[in-house]
Design a protein around this ligand. Structure first.
Ligand code: NAI
Length: 325
């Protein structure tokens, strides 16, 4: 089979090649999938897409007309897919539901500790021979109240790590599943937490879950961590909350308009997104470019499960990891 990988990056190709036991022809396109690039999938039976690829009705219809038999996402989230359109075209969509929840949970901890202990600033100071501690005062995670919104695979992994720090974990999930967690209503979590971390999917209900009204409920100086999907957080309201000092620390691995920026080198470009640029000016904001998943263990598992999803097409077996509308 010929398999078209869109938004393909150099670092992931060795993992997909190593797991290509069936010797398929893997075509790696650096271009993102969209209405203009979809035709690159000509002669391909499978399309492998990533988080910011466009899987709208129009793109799916083009892929279907090209005789693509499967779209397999090499990620967990599927908010970029028009599932109803895929269903009516009879085009199955599969994903990698869990590759390493710990990878993302550990990245959350990296963001929390970096923001709290300011190790990114200390690194630069010491490099320049500046050993002054003024401005580097941090706080302990021990005994802090951490609110975890969404207790699926990643949220649970984070709760496990946080308990090791001796933090007091509050959880919110419309479908509570873990007996040992202290589930509370969302408003209570927002008012009580010193740190809030988002681990729910992006849906119409969770779009701008963190908005002006949510910030109004939070403790002054709260830390917010978002490693889930950018649009869970209203960027305009976030900038206002940073200016008013309601938000004391912000750690983002995802951003509302990240598809224009992330996964490419923009260092020679003039970035046009004024809200993103404003976020970067705050001394208490730390942004990483959607790298929560980016560990060796996770890439191995993504490649393994993706090839397994493709094998189920080859063998005409039911898809274990199909996403349905
Ligand atoms: P999951 O499906 O295991 O868990 C999601 C949880 O959110 C479920 O327990 C669900 O009941 C809950 N939920 C649904 N609606 C909610 C709401 N309105 N409020 C609170 N909770 C709600 O998903 P998993 O694997 O834990 O991933 C979470 C999110 O992390 C994904 O949707 C994805 O967007 C993001 N992600 C980010 C990565 C990164 O590299 N930064 C990598 C992988 C996933």
């Amino acid at each position: 089979m010929n398999i078209a990988f869109f938004s393909a990056q150099k670092y992931e190709q060795p993992f997909f090649n190593a797991h290509n036991l069936a010797n398929h022809t893997l075509r790696f396109f650096s271009e993102p999938l969209n209405t203009l690039t979809a035709k690159l999938a000509e002669d391909c039976q499978v399309v492998c897409a990533f988080v910011n690829d466009d899987l709208s009705a129009e793109v799916l219809a083009t892929l279907s007309a090209l005789n693509v038999k499967l779209v397999t996402l090499r990620c967990a989230g599927f908010n970029n897919v028009d599932l109803a359109a895929a269903n009516s075209l009879g085009l199955p969509i599969t994903r990698v539901p869990a590759y390493s929840p710990e990878a993302v949970a550990e990245h959350c901890i990296a963001l929390m500790l970096t923001l709290s202990r300011k190790t990114h600033k200390a690194y630069n100071r010491v490099k320049e021979g500046n050993f002054d501690l003024n401005g580097l005062l941090g706080f302990n995670l021990h005994n802090k109240t951490v609110g975890v919104i969404g207790t699926g695979k990643i949220g649970q992994a984070l709760c496990r790590i946080l308990s090791g720090f001796g933090a007091n974990v509050l959880a919110y999930d419309p479908a509570p599943s873990i007996e040992t967690l202290n589930y509370v209503p969302l408003d209570l979590l927002l008012t009580q937490s010193d740190i809030i971390s988002l681990h729910c999917p992006l849906t119409p209900e969770t779009h701008h879950l963190i908005d002006d009204a949510a910030y109004e409920k939070m403790k002054k100086g709260v830390m917010l961590i978002n490693t889930s999907r950018g649009a869970l957080v209203d960027t305009r309201a976030t900038i206002a909350a940073l200016k008013s000092k309601t938000l004391g620390y912000l750690g983002l691995d995802v951003y509302e308009q990240e598809s224009e920026l992330f996964f490419k080198d923009m260092s020679e470009e003039i970035i046009q997104d004024d809200e993103f640029q404003r976020l970067l000016t705050f001394p208490n904001v730390l942004i990483t470019g959607h790298q929560g998943f980016f560990t060796q263990e996770a890439l191995q598992e993504i490649a393994h499960i993706t090839h397994q999803n493709i094998e189920q097409l080859v063998q005409n077996q039911p898809f274990t990891n199909q996403v349905l509308p």
